[in-house]
Design a binder for this molecule. Structure first.
Ligand code: AP5
Ligand code: ZN
Length: 215
């Protein structure tokens, strides 16, 4: 199965992808994570992308499509793909069509996480993650069970994303409104879009996503 999780910054794409990976053994293809890894490793792509990402703007279409293509190349054909944060522009949507065709895959579902954009600022600016295993947490919504200790790996080191400040978040929201939301009609025309209430509790969102996948 191949699915796109679509929604603005902080909609819960990464959170829900993590659950699908655990439950179904699918692979999460997050262009944001791939780019952050490239920045950390100071690769040529990372060096190009860093300042653009810090401002909250979109990196070039070709760069992210190449990352997705390479990741699919490294996966067995039977492993399902969750596209998280990709495609984000009409050009990327068309590039994805070509990439999927080349890998003999087809899109099964596009799941739009519907959210209230204003409420997302709190979600994003409160977010942090384990510096060791990447498990995600939130100041208000999801603290570690033991304060200061990662539930999953026991690490006591946590980190925050550089683009999770209010100014960059507002730019990311604008980019979503202007460039990403307009790609939904492409998938609506194919009859593969399902809309899920992304403002519900995390578990309820997961249940709604599972319902779509079982269709
Ligand atoms: P990317 O990493 O994709 O960031 P984003 O789209 O801004 O999305 P986020 O990771 O912020 O949010 P999310 O929806 O995954 O939410 P999460 O589950 O973490 O992109 C970063 C940058 O990379 C871009 O700005 C751009 O520069 C570049 N880039 C990436 N892809 C690109 C592309 N295709 N083209 C061009 N450039 C690209 O949840 C957020 C928080 O809320 C968490 O703390 C979580 O615990 C909490 N939470 C989640 N769900 C709920 C819920 N239901 N109730 C309460 N809290 C919740
Ligand atoms: Zn951890």
């Amino acid at each position: 199965m191949n699915i796109i999780l679509l929604g603005p910054p902080g909609a819960g794409k990464g959170t829900q992808s993590g659950r699908l990976v655990e439950r179904h053994g699918m692979r999460q293809l997050s262009t944001g994570d791939m780019l952050r890894a490239a920045v950390a490793a100071k690769t040529p792509v990372g060096l190009k992308a860093k300042a653009v990402m810090d401002r909250g703007e979109l990196v070039s279409d070709q760069i992210v499509s190449d990352l997705i293509d390479a990741e699919l190349e490294s996966m067995g054909p039977s492993i399902g793909a969750i596209f998280d944060g990709y495609p984000r522009t009409a050009d990327q949507a068309h590039q994805l069509d070509a990439i999927l065709a080349r890998h003999g895959r087809k899109l099964d579902h596009v799941i739009e996480l519907e959210v209230d954009l204003d409420a997302l600022i709190e979600r994003i600016t409160g977010r942090f993650s384990c510096a060791n295993c990447g498990e995600g947490y939130h100041d208000t919504f999801k603290q570690p069970k033991v304060e200061g200790v990662c539930d999953r790996c026991g690490s006591t080191e946590f980190k925050r994303r550089k683009d999770d400040n209010e100014e960059a978040v507002r730019t990311r929201m604008d980019e979503y409104r202007k460039k990403t939301a307009p790609i939904l009609p492409i998938y609506d025309a194919q009859g593969i879009v399902s809309r899920v209430d992304g403002m519900a509790d995390i578990d309820d969102v997961t249940a709604a996503v599972e319902k779509v996948l079982s269709k």
